[in-house]
Design a protein around this ligand. Structure first.
Ligand SMILES: [Cu+2]
Length: 152
């Protein structure tokens, strides 16, 4: 390979690893990673209200792509869909105990990661339908621990 080709290849690999770029998978879970870490992610204001604990606070993905949650914190969290009735983060948590049991593999069907232990990832979830989907952590919703995923 020429020097030029190596440079091009290196740039392509770099681009693929950039956040928001081409989804890469590692460790089995597919698609874009939404990082869960209440300790490191400070609350930020979003169009949906105060977000925190999830990075990015708002994740935008193409319809048909996939994402998952990875808990990089030192204690358990969930990433749980709040429900289609919410266009803003409600003041109090709408999540029930069921959020601690992993279920759902699509945005349209609803989803929860279940209680994710430190260093673990959720199931892969497919962004099958356009829209804005608000989610939160069952344990620390009020922290605040909330985020959004936009499929478009
Ligand atoms: Cu939490």
């Amino acid at each position: 390979m020429t020097r030029q080709s190596w440079t091009t290849l290196a740039l392509m690999l770099l681009a693929a690893c950039t956040a928001g770029g081409i989804p890469t998978s590692s460790g089995g879970a597919g698609g874009v990673t939404i990082d869960i870490n209440l300790t490191l992610s400070q609350p930020v204001q979003t169009p949906y209200g105060l977000s925190g604990g999830f990075t990015p606070a708002i994740t935008t993905v193409p319809v048909g792509s996939q994402f998952h949650f990875t808990n990089t914190d030192s204690f358990a969290h969930t990433g749980s869909y709040l429900g289609s009735q919410f266009t803003q983060f409600p003041a109090g948590s709408p999540l029930g105990q069921g959020a601690t049991h992993q279920s759902g593999a699509t945005l349209s069907g609803g989803f929860t990661s279940g209680a994710l232990q430190p260093g673990t990832s959720s199931q892969t979830i497919t962004a099958d339908r356009a829209g804005t989907y608000l989610f939160g952590c069952f344990f620390h919703y009020g922290a605040p621990m909330r985020g959004a995923i936009i499929a478009q």
